[in-house]
Design a protein around this ligand. Structure first.
Ligand SMILES: C[S@@+](CC[C@H](N)C(=O)[O-])C[C@H]1O[C@@H](n2cnc3c(N)ncnc32)[C@H](O)[C@@H]1O
Length: 307
């Protein structure tokens, strides 16, 4: 079966679980099961749990995982909601490959592409908030906030004004129209399409992407076991910062206030260690094969205690 998505940093993900033998492997972003299938092939002692909020991805992966159906369970929902409810034990390996899949991006009717005739961007097709609601319904302040904070668009004020002017004439109903607005404000000629950062900001808002990552990190902080390895792949600095800072917090031995005269916490608060000090990034060979791997960063953490 042809896969519509090439898994990024595959060897690095596989290596991150080295030395783990039996238990549950949770793929929080199952997608098209690219990572899951390879992990199951390499780690024969693993049972599998796959989570995704996208029906299409789950249906596709259920077929791809046919050979493993006796040891695999799939859950529909967001990982921040589903992960804390998992009762399977022991969970020894966790993977999340954040963001959207190539199929979601490429399928015009999902509204993620710059030339889509729809304006949607929901990873779960029945989720209550779509890009259309955000673009046509949000106040100037809220639009400015998401373009600035989630999109890191330098000309966010000007772009917000252009969106508000356009929607005052008639509702903006396609990604194509929205891209044209971006092109009218943001000079072409940069390394990326003028609408890239705006789309990123809107997509993050529609899918609560940063809130989801925080939710998963909170859940892992509460529920982990000794020896469990968590491997998280991010695609932009906002995602990576959340992961990096949380791993730093989990590593710290001392949790005393930075202004405290001396340590009173007994310095035994470290939950474990990052597997590498720097994130893993794509090799030149992978970069040649898969342009999407360009911005991927993998960080892995091994918990060394049960509480
Ligand atoms: C980058 S793709 C994963 C691809 C997968 N690793 C593979 O090799 O096929 C991300 C997938 O995660 C899903 N996803 C993103 N955020 C999610 C969330 N918060 N909860 C559940 N699924 C999510 C998307 O629907 C998409 O299918």
């Amino acid at each position: 079966m042809q896969t519509p998505h090439i898994p990024v940093l595959l060897d690095e993900v596989l290596d991150s679980f080295d030395g783990i033998r039996d238990g549950y492997f949770v793929d929080c972003t199952l997608g098209y099961a690219g990572h899951s299938l390879e992990v199951l092939a390499r780690y024969s002692g693993f049972n599998h749990i796959g989570i995704d909020r996208d029906d299409e991805a789950l249906a596709f992966s259920a077929t791809r995982l046919e050979d493993y159906k006796d040891k695999s369970t799939l859950y529909k929902g967001t990982f921040a909601n589903v992960f804390p409810t998992l009762e399977e034990s022991p969970i020894v390996a966790v993977l999340a490959d954040f963001g959207v899949s190539s199929l979601q991006l490429d399928k015009k009717e999902r509204g993620f592409a710059f030339d889509s005739d729809t304006l949607d961007m929901r990873m779960a097709s029945k989720a209550p908030l779509s890009a259309r609601d955000v673009v046509n319904g949000y106040s100037r302040d809220k639009l400015e906030y998401i373009l600035d904070q989630y999109g890191e668009v330098r000309l966010y004020k000007k772009l917000t004004s252009a969106i508000i002017d356009a929607r005052a004439k008639r509702p903006i109903s396609s990604a194509k129209e929205l891209s044209e607005i971006a092109k009218s404000v943001i000079p072409a000629g940069g390394k990326i399409h003028p609408a890239t950062l705006m789309f990123q900001g809107i997509r993050i808002e529609v899918n609560n992407e940063l809130g989801e990552i925080e939710g998963l990190l909170d859940a892992l902080e509460k529920k982990h076991i000794k020896g469990q390895v968590v491997s998280l792949i991010s695609f932009h600095s906002l995602e990576d910062r959340l992961v990096k800072n949380r791993f730093k917090k989990w590593t710290q031995k001392c949790i005393c206030d930075a202004n405290a005269m001396r340590c009173t916490c007994s310095k035994n608060h470290s939950l474990g260690k990052a597997l590498s000090s720097k994130p893993k990034t794509a090799s030149p060979t992978e970069l040649k094969k898969n342009a999407r791997s360009r911005s991927a960063k993998l960080r892995s953490f091994r918990f060394s205690r049960d509480d």
